[in-house]
Write a protein that binds this ligand. Structure first.
Ligand code: GNR
Ligand code: NI
Length: 181
């Protein structure tokens, strides 16, 4: 298994619409295992293939503390939605940013598992929110798209600044390492 790099906002690759999965082969199994490992390491409760720059309709989720309830949804579709709930969301592709998003409170989903077997299941609470958040990634949408333009622009600037500071520290640290030689 291997960790994959998670793309971060405003990377344009996060705007790609994912294509259906058609082959349930060993490569798909490897991708699923890598995505689960990447999600657990982050740590996060969900991950869409889009976030690791694979533009296939595949999401993984695990909201358990013990990391022992992995849910794999291939080619997920929402069959029906009920109610409305506002939840504070975060995203591994928008690190350190949290804000309220309104979504359907309960959803009925049809998806395939890692072997290609189709199933239908109802979800509510955190799982319903998480599935809607992940399915947005497959359409190239991010939770910050539901916020105001002003908020989204501020988030972009904050993340840009943090990335620049991190890069400057990395340069300084490697210069230090060379001096120490
Ligand atoms: O780890 C995650 N937590 C989270 C919290 C509230 C609503 C949605 C999420 S999903 C997120 C991981 C992620 O970015 N998945 O795409
Ligand atoms: Ni996300």
């Amino acid at each position: 298994m291997a960790l994959r790099t998670i793309l971060e906002f405003p990377d344009p690759r996060l705007r790609t619409r994912a294509e259906p999965v058609t082959r349930f082969d060993a490569a798909l199994g490897t991708l699923i295992d890598d995505m689960l490992e990447t999600m657990y390491a982050a740590p996060g409760i969900g991950l869409a293939a889009t976030q690791v720059d694979v533009h296939k309709r595949l999401i993984v989720i695990d909201i358990s503390k013990e990391h022992n309830e992995p849910l794999v949804l291939v080619n997920p579709e929402i069959l029906s939605r009920e109610g409305e709930a506002s939840t504070e969301e975060g995203c591994l592709s928008v690190p350190g940013i949290f804000d309220e998003v309104k979504r359907a409170a309960t959803i009925r989903v049809r998806a395939q598992d890692r072997d290609g077997t189709t199933f239908e299941r109802d979800f509510d609470e955190v799982l319903a929110v998480c599935i809607q958040h992940e399915m947005d990634h497959l359409e190239g949408r991010l939770f910050v798209d539901y916020l105001s333009d002003l908020k989204r622009e501020r988030i972009r600037k904050k993340l840009d600044k943090e990335r620049k500071e991190r890069a400057a520290r990395t340069v300084a640290a490697s210069a230090g390492a060379r001096r120490a030689y």
